[in-house]
Design a protein around this ligand. Structure first.
Ligand SMILES: CC(C)(COP(=O)(O)OP(=O)(O)OC[C@H]1O[C@@H](n2cnc3c(N)ncnc32)[C@H](O)[C@@H]1OP(=O)(O)O)[C@@H](O)C(=O)NCCC(=O)NCCS
Length: 438
């Protein structure tokens, strides 16, 4: 029974994330190491799950260890300069073989649908193609990179068409030039450029290790691009497995991708934990702060309803319909965190009569106790001051003391302005509180 309850709670708690992610475009990149790992099928199951939840998915795979293996079998050296492969003719041959093989293997895994397996009934369709145009990297500081290239253009229209048809788009780190040449590309660069070109909501880089701050050995859960830049400057010797994804993340954020997640692919289920639980397990990188308090818009109504419905059922908030919120949306402010509405509050004001009523204050249970309620209140209080309101009222069943600690005084129904008195619901029997604004 306990297990059942835990499952039901877990499933319910993940529903806001499911709604928030639906129809959004996520670009997920992973190295060739992930493909070689024994648990790679788990990742594929998770990709399939994301796609079936309505996420528009672009997968970009790497092939670095596969090329190295092939070169080593041929007793040829793997040559790198500044962590970029020098792709000579033999290495290009290995890159082509590796890309073909890895793509086919991933396609096969995504096509599985055995009964009693996580892929049963998924019916995924995978699209690959010549979506990436490349140009040679050329000769840099005297080093000829041969067939190593860089992205010149992404055919975002063609990728969007595939995504609209609900296909998963699978991209190899290989690009073609208009002259018909083939170039070996960095998977991170390809993923970054695709995320930018598609204006993806998220770029997710599955990394080989988690991002720990070497100064205190603590995991870094969130970092802004400015902080990440500073971190790289202060830690010039940080391992490439971390430095490369960090640089890719900074570049993507600066070019308009809202959120980049670095997720340690060696943690089982890390992708699902990061996307569908409130704290996540990876590192979230964005150019703006992760949480914003802002005026609500009509597109927030779904999120507001999601937040307040359970509180209405518990009797903590008065019931209000979608239509009522829609009509009064300009009275609302919301706290948004990574696309999710985690707090809201409304101020209904009568400026002529000089009073306002606070309503619909809510903070998601996972985020309570960290002064978010206080932040919403202070914002609304400031707004009331700007509107030159003299009095603020609130009707509360279970939160009276919270408001008293904010300077409200117990009051009476009789003292309510007429327009609020007619709305008073005796069945709820709320306490009336009033705050005089100086
Ligand atoms: C009331 C609410 C918005 C506070 O959000 P929050 O982000 O946790 O608020 P803060 O972090 O600023 O404040 C937390 C403090 O308020 C206290 N608090 C929380 N709920 C309270 C309540 N119902 N009565 C009295 N104090 C309360 C907490 O114990 C904490 O104090 P402490 O740190 O001294 O223990 C949140 O609990 C909520 O959404 N409640 C359900 C909806 C509700 O009751 N809305 C008000 C309708 S009038």
């Amino acid at each position: 029974m306990e297990l059942q309850n835990a499952f039901v709670n877990w499933f319910r708690n993940s529903s806001p994330y499911i709604h928030a992610h639906r129809n959004k475009t996520f670009v997920i990149s992973f190295g060739g190491e992930a493909v070689l790992a024994e648990d790679f099928d788990h990742h594929v199951h998770d990709f399939a799950l994301l796609s079936s939840l309505g996420i528009r998915l672009v997968l970009v795979h790497g092939i670095r260890p596969q090329i190295d293996q092939r070169l080593s079998r041929l007793n040829a050296p793997a040559r790198f300069h500044h962590n970029l492969r020098i792709t000579d003719d033999l290495a290009l041959q290995c890159a082509k073989e590796s890309a073909g093989l890895v793509r086919v293997e991933i396609e096969a895994l995504l096509s599985m649908g055995l009964a009693n397996s996580p892929m049963a009934g998924s019916g995924l369709k995978v699209a690959s193609g010549n979506f990436v145009t490349a140009k040679p990297l050329g000769v840099i500081a005297g080093v000829d990179y041969c067939h190593t290239g860089e992205v010149r253009r992404i055919d975002s229209k063609a990728i969007q068409l595939q995504l609209e048809q609900k296909n998963v788009v699978l991209i190899s780190p290989i690009g073609y030039s208009p002259t018909g040449e083939i170039f070996n590309l960095s998977a991170e660069q390809v993923a970054t450029e695709i995320a930018i070109a598609l204006k993806a909501e998220k770029l997710i880089l599955l990394t080989e290790q988690s991002f720990q701050n070497p100064d205190n050995d603590q995991p870094v859960r969130q970092i802004t691009t400015d902080e990440a830049d500073l971190f790289l400057q202060n830690h010039p010797n940080i391992a490439d497995v971390l430095a490369l994804p960090l640089k890719a993340a900074i570049q993507s954020c600066q070019s308009g991708v809202n959120r980049v997640h670095l997720i340690d692919r060696t943690v089982d289920g890390a992708l699902l934990l990061e996307l569908f639980s409130h704290d996540g397990v990876g590192t979230l990188i964005s150019s703006t702060p992760f949480e914003a308090l802002r005026p609500a818009t009509l597109s927030d109504i779904g999120g507001i309803l999601e937040l307040i419905k359970p509180l209405e059922q518990q009797g903590k908030l008065a019931k209000r319909s979608r239509e009522k919120i829609e009509m009064e949306i300009s009275d609302y402010v919301v706290l948004e965190r990574d696309g999710l509405i985690i707090g809201c509050m409304a101020l209904h004001s009568d400026e002529q009569a000089g009073f306002g009523a606070i309503a619909c204050l809510a903070v998601h249970p996972d985020y309570q106790g960290s002064a978010r309620g206080k932040r919403l209140f202070e914002h609304v209080h400031q707004k009331a001051k700007q509107l030159k309101l003299k009095k603020l009222f609130v009707l509360s069943t279970q939160t009276a003391h919270w408001f008293i600690e904010k300077g409200f005084q117990p009051s009476t129904i009789a003292s309510l302005p007429e327009s609020l008195k007619v709305l008073y619901n005796p069945e709820r029997n709320s306490k009336v509180l009033c705050n005089i604004i100086d």
